[in-house]
Design a protein around this ligand. Sequence first.
Ligand code: NAP
Length: 442
Amino acid sequence: MELFNDEAWSKLTAAERSKYLRKWFDLIMAHKEELGQLMTLEQGKPLKEAIGEVSYGASFIEFYAEEAKRVYGDIIPATLPDRRLFVLKQPIGVVGAITPWNFPLAMITRKVAPALACGCTVVIKPSELTPLTALAAAELSIQAGIPPGAVNVVMGSAIDIGDALVASPKVRKITFTGSTNVGKKLMAGSAKTVKKVSLELGGNAPCIIFDDADLDVALKGTLATKFRNSGQTCVCANRVLVQEGIFDKFANAFSKAVESMKVGDGFGEGVVQGPLINDAAVNKVETFVQDAISKGAKVLTGGKKHSLGMTFYEPTVISDVKSEMLLSREEIFGPVAPILKFKTEEEAIHMANDTNAGLAAYVFTTSIQRSWRVAEALEYGLVGVNEGLISTEVAPFGGVKQSGLGREGSKYGMDDYLEVRIFQIFFRIYEKIKYICLGNMS
Ligand code: NAP
């Protein structure tokens, strides 16, 4: 099979690339039920959530099909009268995209769609735990007419593939979503060939509920951010910080709501909590919960493996959590909500920022002044105010501090796949040539 190389893809017009992307989007949407079923089978999330991820993942392809046509340059007034300065944006080159298992489709499309839109070809290395969704998406890209070689999927040893991608001088950009430790290794490895690197890494999201919050809004928002994908998302509330005046009321209502969540097979009727990804994930959650209990925390609901067995864990709420416990310090990545108490706004901000992570944070308050004040003081890339779900294709997604580099989604997501070049043109010389030519003709 002859592969379409990166130069051929980059030389298509933006309008042609846009049409391919639009077709790919249409095919994914036409197959959203099957893709959702595949995702539930290989990853475990409830079918409704899986189909929701297909639409969310596809939205990046639709958005970047449109954005492909808007890669504008600039003309800059030069410092000399007979010079002109042009800024041109060009595709960076071949992109290596390494993705995790928790969003098996969306983490791929969020990278591949802007890369293709900019004129880059991509080598995708999906998680070994969710290869089928990646392959199905790649197959649909071929059915959409995207030439073979523009979207590539490689399977195998993560370390070998990662090493090969970072070592290759042909690969000009690494985009990675996954754990902070692996991200740091890829960043260090990319230094050898001075590649551009984007990293979407782990979080430790605070969810702050003030006394003046609307309780129903806070409950709904906290449940949504904590328990989506059984707590296995990078933007999951990792610490629920509740002000002392509303603490008991919130903790009771929240535990009751969590207790009523139906756990089971993702295909089951009414199931909202699927299994965790594997035994290692369950062991990690158990270790964190035991650590908290041994240091004085109280289990309000859940707190152990689910009676269904396998990798099911009970949706859990734990109170009296302190900042030195593992539940507060590390990313839990499971269905456990630790609740911590605070007295003042300053204390809440201090507790929220007391971490190396800086991906997402949530604030619940009915005070407009407080919402601005606190949102601006939080050292996080994404802040939801009275809102538990904030990811969308039209807004830039990404972390500060050790949660990452670069942004995905929105017009800003294009920048990571483009090189900015300038041309300075000295044009007086052409006028001279024109004059000489005319002179010779007369
Ligand atoms: P992970 O273990 O870091 O794996 C992510 C990807 O990297 C997988 O494809 C994995 O392959 C690969 N990988 C592992 N070791 C590697 C190495 N030495 N060199 C190159 N590639 C390597 O993370 P995960 O457990 O799949 O995902 C959970 C993490 O992702 C959490 O920390 C979560 O917060 C983060 N996450 C962040 C975002 C965000 O946007 N910030 C979004 C989603 C998830 P194998 O699976 O085949 O080993």
